[in-house]
Design a protein around this ligand. Structure first.
Ligand code: DQA
Length: 174
């Protein structure tokens, strides 16, 4: 069965390419997502394992929490589709890895940190800019301590780096 990779982008990242291009560049979010799909398809054909991408963007903290819970078959989004027993041998496949750019929620959200820790899915935290070279309030992340890896300052190439790492190097639990 294909492994599911979930790409989450938080607030204002829907404006990628338009928003502060001197910091975030000129590539749009849909270009990033399409590139990630193409990259995963090509990596899959070179591995024994197939990978599929699910892309999600929201400006709302609770919506991101709901989407993270859904990745494990839990929470309101999963229940809307009918209850899922993720511990049974039903055909539900838990997301294998999450790549997340939480945007400004990086620096504020205990709720997103708790959701990621709760679902116990390995995640890579990505920042387009080098947050450590910017304002001091961007230096702290509520997520990094729980992340498998943190990428910052590589521009949108950071998403590609994260995908390649997940496919080629991440040790999956199953
Ligand atoms: C960001 C950095 C955050 O501080 C900021 O709020 C963002 C984007 C980045 O990708 O560099 O929205 O996560």
């Amino acid at each position: 069965m294909a492994r599911r990779i979930l790409l989450i982008n938080g607030p204002n990242l829907n404006l990628l390419g338009k928003r502060e291009p001197h910091i975030y560049g000129h590539t749009s979010l849909s270009d990033v997502e399409n590139q990630a799909r193409t990259q995963l398809a090509s990596l899959s054909s070179n591995q024994d394992q197939e990978f599929t991408l699910e892309a999600f963007q929201s400006n709302h903290e609770g919506a991101i929490v709901d989407r993270i819970q859904q990745a494990a078959g839990w929470g309101p989004l999963a229940e809307a589709k009918g209850p899922v027993d993720s511990s049974s041998s039903s055909c539900f496949q838990k997301v294998a890895a999450i790549i997340i750019n939480p945007g400004a929620y990086t620096h504020t959200s205990v709720a997103i940190r708790d959701a990621l820790a709760g679902v116990d899915i390995p995640f890579i935290e990505v920042h387009i800019s080098n947050v450590h070279a910017r304002e001091s309030f961007r230096h702290h992340s509520y997520l990094s301590e729980k992340a498998t890896a943190v990428i910052a300052g590589l521009g949108v190439f950071g998403y590609q780096a994260a995908i390649e790492f997940v496919v080629k190097h991440l040790k999956f639990k199953d």
